[in-house]
Design a protein around this ligand. Structure first.
Ligand SMILES: Cc1cc2nc3c(=O)[nH]c(=O)nc-3n(C[C@H](O)[C@H](O)[C@H](O)COP(=O)(O)OP(=O)(O)OC[C@H]3O[C@@H](n4cnc5c(N)ncnc54)[C@H](O)[C@@H]3O)c2cc1C
Length: 556
């Protein structure tokens, strides 16, 4: 007999797992099909040497401010988050350093004072805003679905703009048209601080030079500051807790089961077909109420839904969705020593380092050169003029990452083009692994000269090409799948008609990082999608569910 479920979910990344868990908790029967042997998608850890855990993709959990952690009871299912006292720092090549902490703001302000009294005062003002107001702001941005398609809202009436005006005395509506660097230039002096905040925005959302995205760039820094930490044991433990929660509510997992086709009959999604070699009795799985695609929007409509079910212009616009901006070359290092930083950093990064340090933060021009190299020249950066990296280190707070006496710096990222855009072909970055690694090491040694080759035990590289082989959902190997620039953001993400997670195929919904609000394992996509499914499938969640207060319902 052909198996039937209420809902079939394609892909077991954090977004697919999240929606499977929500729906099963509402009492629906749910089957989740995952191509890989492991659940978790981009939320994974690897142990390339026994005893050493590295992060080939995601490394921080930024979703602590959102409702899903509570609604899905992740703590009950084993999720533990390490909050770091010092999360974010920056260092220049002449040894100036900043160490930003929302948990110890007075210390951070004191440290900033040696470079800029006005920035220290600004930091005090910023961190004096009650955390609950920041949570309200973050929820109104990330954990709220975009408005209904075609509904024009005056920017000043957007929920987060109203909250910003209420809680942040400095906020000026003019900021809505500016880039992050333009906003920072209005309020701040210290370039190292601005470059570090720009990088934090770029690794969580928009580029700091993109017009009209500056406020969002600021809130990305807030995600860093108050909503993040690292799951104890590594990012993959997040997937484990979610998988346990799913199983508790009865989700059926089919791993090693690649979905080859989404079945569509008379314009309505009716189930999936698994690949020939799937280790199951029935390759067809029927979905009586909905099919949810947890994989990249391009993969969904180019590979899984037959073209005859989709309008031609729609297929072209899917083709045109840009992948630029989020493909990362990831380096992980095992070292016998901690870095010994030059200049002020030796004292400022003490007794523990910020777990994410951007370097070198001398000038935004280095970041601009990197962007230009990657996005305009479609090649990879290999000189110190265009390399700026975050270097993350979790073993300071998490002993599971490395045996005593060793340290793991993982990941260290630089931006590279998506494989399909590279001027020298899709494998070009793979062919240049050693050259790029050496260039990054040179930049690191310029501020931590003790990290000489004899102190490095091993290096591991993961490229976007590697990622897209390992995880079919990572088209372009990118961490947010499609651009987070103004033209592919909010009610235009990934296309205007898909912004509310519905698709041209009835009962087929999207739940992947290519939907709003984009990359990161925030569980914001499944939470937002729940608002839509409650309406469309007439769900009746229990008292545990609370919607976003800013959600705008569909008009009849
Ligand atoms: C280098 C890098 C660094 C990152 N750093 C962070 C970070 O620090 N913090 C953070 O929160 N996020 C980070 N991210 C982003 C994060 O990993 C993604 O946003 C997240 O994994 C997206 O989740 P998803 O569920 O939408 O998709 P995915 O994680 O891509 O999951 C999709 C799943 O679908 C499966 N699949 C694909 N095709 C099929 C098919 N045909 N049939 C069945 N299954 C299929 C895949 O195997 C995969 O398991 C990073 C990403 C990268 C690449």
């Amino acid at each position: 007999m052909i198996p039937h479920y209420d809902v079939v979910v394609v892909g077991g990344g954090p977004n697919g797992l999240g929606i499977a868990c929500y729906l099963a908790k509402c009492g629906l029967t749910v089957c989740l099909c995952e191509d890989r042997l492991e659940l978790g998608g981009g939320v994974e850890n690897a142990e390339p040497l026994p005893g050493f855990r590295i992060d080939p993709h995601a490394t921080y959990f930024y979703g602590a401010a959102g409702p899903p952690v509570e609604q899905l009871e992740l703590a009950k299912f084993g999720f533990r988050l390490n909050y770091y006292r010092d999360l974010l720092g920056g260092i220049t090549s002449d040894g100036q350093a900043i160490n930003l902490s929302m948990y110890d703001p007075e210390r951070s302000a004191k440290l900033l004072e040696r470079y800029s009294k006005s920035d220290a005062d600004l930091w005090r003002l910023y961190t004096s805003i009650p955390i609950n107001d920041f949570v309200r702001l973050l929820r109104s941005i990330y954990w709220t679905p975009p408005p209904p398609v075609g509904k024009n809202i005056d920017p000043l009436d957007l929920p987060w703009v109203k909250i910003l005006r209420e809680i942040m005395p400095l906020f000026d509506p003019v900021w809505l048209d500016l880039s992050l660097f333009e906003i920072l230039d209005l309020v701040s002096q210290n370039e190292c601080l601005k470059v570090a905040m720009g990088m934090a925005a770029w690794y969580n959302g928009p580029h700091p030079d993109w017009a009209g995205t500056g406020v969002f760039g600021l809130t990305c820094n807030l995600l860093n500051g108050i909503s993040s930490g690292s799951p104890a044991g590594g990012m993959h433990t997040l997937a484990h807790s979610l998988a346990r929660a799913c199983m508790h509510h009865g989700v059926r997992f089919l791993t090693n089961c690649k979905v080859e086709e989404i079945l569509v009959e008379d314009g309505v999604a009716k189930g999936v077909v698994l690949s020939d070699d799937a280790p199951v009795q029935h390759r067809v799985i029927r979905a009586d109420r909905a099919v949810i695609s947890g994989i990249h929007v391009k993969h969904t409509f180019k590979k899984l839904v037959a073209p005859k079910h989709l309008p031609l212009d729609f297929r072209q616009r899917i083709e045109d969705v840009s992948l630029k901006g989020s493909s990362l070359f990831t380096l992980s290092l095992i070292s016998k020593e901690n870095p010994r930083w030059i200049g002020d950093a030796a004292e400022i990064f003490s007794p523990t380092f910020p777990t994410c340090i951007f370097l070198p933060c001398d000038s935004r021009e280095i970041l601009r050169n990197q962007t230009r190299t990657v996005d305009s020249y479609n090649t990879h950066p290999i000189s110190k003029d265009n390399i700026i990296v975050p270097i993350c280190q979790h073993d300071q707070c998490d002993p599971t990452r490395a045996p005593a006496g060793y340290h793991v710096f993982s990941p260290i990222y630089i931006q590279v083009p998506p494989p399909e855009d590279h001027v020298d072909g899709p494998r070009a970055v793979n062919d240049a692994k050693e050259e790029i690694t050496e260039a990054i090491m040179e930049v690191i040694r310029s501020v931590a000269p003790n990290l000489t080759p004899d102190k490095i035990v091993a290096k591991f590289v993961n490229t976007p090409y590697d990622s897209s082989l390992r995880n079919l959902g990572f088209v372009g190997g990118g961490w947010y799948g499609s651009r987070q620039a103004e033209d592919e953001w909010y009610e235009r993400r990934p296309l205007p008609e898909l912004a509310r997670y519905r698709t041209p195929v009835e009962r087929l919904y999207l739940c992947n990082q290519t939907s709003y609000p984009g990359g990161l394992a925030l569980f914001a996509v499944p939470y937002n999608l729940m608002h839509i499914l409650i309406e469309d499938l007439d769900l009746k969640p229990g008292a545990w569910w609370y919607p976003s207060p800013d959600y705008i319902k569909e008009e009849a």
